[in-house]
Design a protein around this ligand. Structure first.
Ligand code: G3H
Length: 539
């Protein structure tokens, strides 16, 4: 074991009382058709990335277990969602905008009361720091508030009738049907809810399967879901993907597939749907976002942005900077500053004050990262920072690898963890070619001040990636900005407003603008005879 990391894991008594997990949480509950059911079958153990020290022994903390449901329960959840949608005639898809908003507001109000519980589980289940776990929770609440606001605006804009070429019409957004929502382990609350909430508010019914890790933290919200929505509108299932989600897709009854994960996982699941043309997919997938540091970049800013870009939450962000192209003329100073800044990052447990490097939740992740490091070494790179690559159990101290080249796995593969590859370059074309030839196309960050050179790079990337960041790390936020990707990185665009669009379709009532038709339309509106054809709107 690394001496440097010998004390990174705590003894039980080192853990502050308010953050102790106590005895494991045995979760047997799941939600189908507004009913909390109790599972009596096998359970899936939930192991924290945190090990606890007792004498010389380190034991991975067992924090609970979740139901290992089978195809049967999964199909029951689907049936409940299908019935609640009722071919678009269910209570939920036909409820007024005000009505649906009231349900979501009720949900948000009780969700806020669960903050402490969810935050604590975020720390224990995925090793996210206290500060970032709180941020994830609060950002999710803000997202819901903003979604409600955006939905009201959307509704206001569709309240009027349009006249065009002798036709008059009312165009509104309506739900798509039954949605399957699956989130990722790195943002098990936030990213999941950025599809779940828009899906619900637009009138779809949902089967929701929590991420692989970060599962228990949904438990405190199950009653909240149950009490806030009509039966069958939201159903929550647990278990192995193949048995549960596979059967849902094979049924052909899923209309919207919202998935944040790997492109391989998304492909495999999409293929199971018998009528692919009926399936709308909203996908957030893999990425290998490069940073390009030009000779005239403000190095202090570039280093600071590249540090957070590549290492916040230990590099486990889809938007993380996963390869740094640094111009040869500044690469030595860049590495020196980067390593010095990294030296100041504190390794430790998520609840410790000032900590930013924490253990990794994925089993086998340390070995995977070590393999990338070894492969890079074999092809000529070295670890250039102190203690880089030192590890103990689930903890891996960031390794900065230099010089990285195209023979190494690290050049192409998404590490999704604390290994930082630095590629020296002479000619900007080298970085351009990297982006052009990459299978991924999420974002890129350019650091520099020569406007002509920066503009040249920007224009080279605009048809390759979803977002180009100037003198800033890659990121999703602000959540009002479009978040998408090209190639294997995404399908569809998310943002507060875009998410409302992707979970709905525009339907219109149109007629020729004759006196007789106008008469019928105005009678319907005046007498409030239709829920769709109406000029009412909410403030
Ligand atoms: O994992 C991908 C997340 O969408 C990234 O969001 O850039 O706000 O960390 P973030």
């Amino acid at each position: 074991m690394s001496q440097f990391l010998a004390n990174v894991f705590p003894t039980e008594s080192n853990i502050p009382e308010s953050y102790r997990i106590g005895s494991p949480i045995e979760q047997r509950e799941y939600l189908i058709n507004g009913e909390m059911r109790t599972w009596t079958g096998n359970l899936n153990p939930v192991l924290s990335p945190v090990f606890v020290k007792e004498g010389d022994t380190f034991t991975q903390k067992l924090i609970g277990s979740t139901p290992l449901l089978t195809t049967k329960e999964s199909l029951e959840a689907l049936e409940a969602a299908v019935n609640a949608y009722d071919l678009g005639h269910g209570v939920w898809p036909t409820l007024s905008v005000t009505g649906r908003i009231e349900h979501v507001e009720k949900f948000l109000e009780s969700m806020r009361k669960k903050r402490d519980e969810v935050v604590k589980l975020l720390m224990w289940e995925i090793g996210k720091t206290l500060k970032d776990s709180e941020k994830e929770f609060d950002r999710t609440c803000d997202y819901i508030v903003d979604t409600i606001k955006a939905y009201k605006e959307l509704d206001r804009n569709s309240a009027k009738l349009v006249e065009e070429q002798g036709f008059m019409a009312q165009i509104r957004r309506v739900p798509l049907g039954v949605s399957l929502c699956m989130g990722p382990y790195n943002y098990p609350l936030n990213e999941t809810f950025t599809t779940l909430i828009p899906a619900l508010i637009m009138g779809n019914t949902v089967v929701f399967k929590p991420a692989k890790y970060g599962v228990l933290l949904i438990r405190p919200l199950i009653e909240t879901f149950r009490d806030s929505f009509p039966p069958g509108v939201i159903n929550i299932i647990y278990g192995r993907g193949r048995e549960t989600v596979g059967a849902l897709m094979e049924s052909g009854k899923i209309d919207v597939f919202a998935f944040i994960g790997t492109n391989k996982g998304a492909n495999d699941l999409k293929k199971l749907h018998p009528k692919s043309h009926r399936l709308k997919a909203i996908l957030g997938l893999d990425a290998k976002n490069p940073a390009i540091v030009l000779p005239d970049a403000d190095l202090d800013n570039a280093v600071s942005e590249c540090i957070t870009g590549s290492l916040s939450f230990n590099g486990q962000r889809c938007t993380a900077l996963k390869i740094l192209f640094v111009h040869k003329s500044v690469v030595d100073s860049f590495i020196k500053k980067f390593s010095a800044t990294l030296d100041k990052m504190k390794p430790g447990m998520p609840w410790e004050s000032g900590v930013s490097l924490t253990p990794l939740p994925e089993p086998g992740k340390v070995e995977f990262l070590l393999d990338l490091v070894e492969d890079a070494k074999k092809h000529g790179a070295t670890i250039v920072n102190d203690h880089g690559g030192e590890h103990t159990h689930t903890f891996f101290y960031p390794a900065v690898m230099y010089p990285v080249n195209d023979k190494m796995k690290l050049y192409y593969e998404e590490q999704f963890g604390p290994v930082v590859p630095i590629v020296p370059f002479d000619d900007d074309e080298e970085a351009i070619k990297y982006v052009l030839n990459s299978n991924f196309g999420q974002q890129v960050s350019i650091f520099g001040s020569d406007s002509k050179r920066v503009a040249n790079l920007m224009d080279a990337f605009v048809n390759q990636v979803g977002r180009i960041n100037l003198n800033a790390q890659s990121q999703r936020g602000p959540d009002t900005f479009p978040f998408n990707g090209r190639k294997d990185s995404a399908e569809g665009t998310l943002s507060i407003a875009d998410a409302l669009r992707v979970f709905s379709i525009r339907t219109l009532v149109a007629t020729k603008s004759t006196d007789e038709n106008k008469q019928i339309i105005s009678t319907i509106i005046r007498n409030r005879e239709s829920a769709f054809l109406s000029t009412d709107y909410i403030f």
